[in-house]
Design a protein around this ligand. Structure first.
Ligand code: SF4
Length: 226
């Protein structure tokens, strides 16, 4: 497949630094050059993470986790767009664009970034999500327009489903256990991940992966139809 003269999207989604890069790169390449996106099938993810995000609006940070510096969650669910990303000192054509979950304004003038997750996956660890959170931090510290912030902390707020409860009116609800996972700032890793991603995007049409059930399905179906 040939590349058009310009990519259909020049803004990189922070989630592509985790899930996109952890699988085969072909769908990622098609997404950015042609804006053709494989539909996801995660019906409960959005309502659950929205409920979690709403629960923590205007909360104090030490209330969320005692390790966090004093501050209050004052912004949530907002788009952030960055300036152009530089790799090895060279400006690329790519920028970051994404919606963060929670942003706390700390008493010392810095901000704290929190990503909400409802999950029971062992993959919910700081190392896996670090590039994604660092991408939001990059956009907050290097915004395309508006005020730049200094991001002092980043972390995952994880809810793990833990049983079902019923109230006196007979209504049911899910219970959760909660933990906050701090994610260390790591600009070097972020630049390494951006270098990898941008070299995939600027490269030739990638090979498809061997173990992706979607591609296997498409290949079998095309064979039947031909
Ligand atoms: S194997 Fe196929 S469907 Fe899966 S990510 Fe790669 S190109 Fe996309």
């Amino acid at each position: 497949m040939k590349r058009p003269a310009l990519p259909a999207r020049e803004f990189i989604a922070p989630s592509d630094l985790t899930f996109g890069l952890s699988t085969c790169k072909r769908c990622l390449w098609i997404k950015y050059w042609y804006k053709v996106i494989m539909p996801g099938q995660f019906p409960l993810v959005k309502p659950l993470s929205q409920a979690q995000e709403e629960h923590f609006r205007r909360r104090s940070m030490p209330e969320i986790d005692p390790s966090l510096r004093p501050g209050v969650v004052k912004q949530w669910g907002q788009w952030v767009k960055s300036t152009y990303i530089e790799v090895d000192g060279i400006k690329t054509r790519w920028r970051i664009n994404g919606i963060y979950d929670l942003l706390a304004h700390n008493d010392d003038g810095t901000v704290g970034l929190i990503d909400c997750k409802v999950s029971d996956s062992d993959r919910d660890n700081g190392a896996f999500y670090s590039p994604q959170l660092e991408a939001y931090a990059f956009a907050l510290e290097n915004p395309l327009t508006g005020k730049a912030f200094t991001v002092a902390s980043m972390g995952l707020l994880v809810w793990r489903l833990n049983g079902v409860a019923q109230n006196v009116d007979g209504q049911f609800g899910f219970g959760v256990t909660q933990h906050y996972l701090p994610v260390e700032r790591d600009r070097v890793q972020f630049e390494n991940v951006m270098r990898d991603l941008i070299s995939v995007l600027e490269g030739e049409f990638p090979e498809s992966g061997l173990e992706c059930s979607t591609c296997t399905y498409l290949t079998q179906r095309l064979a039947l139809e031909s």
